[in-house]
Design a protein. Structure first.
Length: 209
């Protein structure tokens, strides 16, 4: 009886700890503005997609877009790899999460900067070698940042280390374009772990990008 009670309490505690973190789907509307005379805004938006469905469960996430170039991305925590499915590549390309060609030079945090979908959001500005990255987030949509300590690629842990939450708006500005991604829906839900697994028989290759 005592053993059963201890097991139950442990399971309950584990559930309560994991339940405090956001699990579900966030839908974003994305817009791109090109800085290159060789490509128009419309082309860039069509290539990268104007809608993004982001799913997160624990230390894994998946992003699906309606782009003609980028189809989906999947981060598998146990591999510390970001897998990308491009429309023009049969193989799914992967990047090592431990690598990062960019560098964060400094950061600024501004409290209660904006309200998005009813959430009061702080603003985190990362001044990077590649340009400026701005993130808007609410503590009401928390992420366990400890699960992403190895995810340096794309400055992801640099963001999560300070924000510890799902972003509701992102502005990325570099020499090629400005991207603005704003959440239009936040849907907490239980997700199947199978969503965060590569389809059986998937051919993979290291990304040249």
């Amino acid at each position: 009886m005592k053993q059963t009670l201890i097991t139950f309490l442990f399971a309950l505690t584990t559930f309560c700890v994991s339940a405090q973190y956001f699990e579900g789907n966030v839908v974003y509307q994305n817009t791109y503005k090109s800085k290159s005379p060789a490509i128009k805004d419309e082309q860039l938006n069509a290539m990268m997609g104007t809608r993004q469905d982001y799913y997160v469960k624990g230390g894994d996430y998946k992003s699906e877009t309606n782009g003609q170039f980028m189809v989906w991305q999947l981060y598998v925590n146990k591999d510390n790899k970001l897998y990308s499915k491009l429309a023009n590549s049969q193989a799914v390309l992967w990047n090592d999460g431990a690598t990062n060609p960019d560098t964060v030079l400094g950061s600024e945090l501004h409290k209660a900067a904006v309200k998005i979908l009813g959430y009061v959001c702080d603003e985190l500005v990362l001044n990077c070698k590649s340009g400026i990255q701005k993130y808007y987030f609410s503590a009401k949509l928390p992420v366990d940042s400890k699960l992403y300590t190895q995810h340096q690629f794309g400055n992801y842990y640099a963001y999560l280390q300070k924000a510890r939450a799902v972003p509701l708006k992102i502005i990325i500005e570099n020499t090629q374009f400005t991207m603005e991604s704003t959440a239009t829906e936040v849907k907490p839900m239980k997700l199947s772990q199978s969503m965060f697994m590569l389809p059986e028989g998937t051919q993979t290759a290291k990304s040249p990008y």
